[in-house]
Design a protein around this ligand. Structure first.
Ligand code: TYD
Length: 135
């Protein structure tokens, strides 16, 4: 399951800019942790893993980047470039984040505290995990 979540945007009537707010009810899980990626060189790739249990939402708070999503059968690439649009990623999805623009900030709002045991960092292991779960 991968889908977009629209984040409410409050545009100032006097032209003082926008305000977006994420209240707990717009995310389909309880938030346990927030982290962000920034100062990422344009030729670097982040992510390169899947999670067993963790759910997360990614937001391009500033700039843009591409998220490569892979469920073990098909791959798609989603560009994030709007601070009021979150990309929800369910567990069991391989993701890579790349093509960061200058000044891009990737906010991650996630459902678990940091646990290395929840990561699958090897792509072949990920494919095995997916096929084991289908049988
Ligand atoms: P990692 O999840 O591998 O980053 P990415 O997938 O974005 O490339 O994390 C990089 C390092 O930071 C790794 O050593 C683990 C550490 N880390 C924490 O200690 N706590 C955290 O909440 C996160 C996300 C990473």
């Amino acid at each position: 399951d991968i889908h977009f979540i629209e984040i409410p945007k409050i545009s100032d009537p006097d032209g003082r800019g926008n305000l977006s707010v994420i209240e707990k009810n717009i995310l389909p899980y309880k938030v346990e942790r927030i982290y962000y990626l920034y100062d990422v060189p344009s030729d670097s790739t982040r992510g390169g893993h899947a999670h067993i249990k963790l759910q997360q939402s990614l937001i391009a708070l500033s700039g843009s980047f591409d998220v490569v999503l892979d469920d073990g059968e098909k791959r798609e690439i989603v560009t994030l470039n709007k601070p009021n649009k979150a990309l929800y990623i369910a567990p069991g999805i391989w993701r890579e984040i790349e093509n960061f623009s200058s000044g891009a900030v990737c906010l991650a709002i996630v459902s678990e505290v940091y646990k290395e045991e929840d990561y699958i960092r090897d792509y072949q292991e990920f494919l095995k995990f997916k096929s084991d779960r289908q049988h």
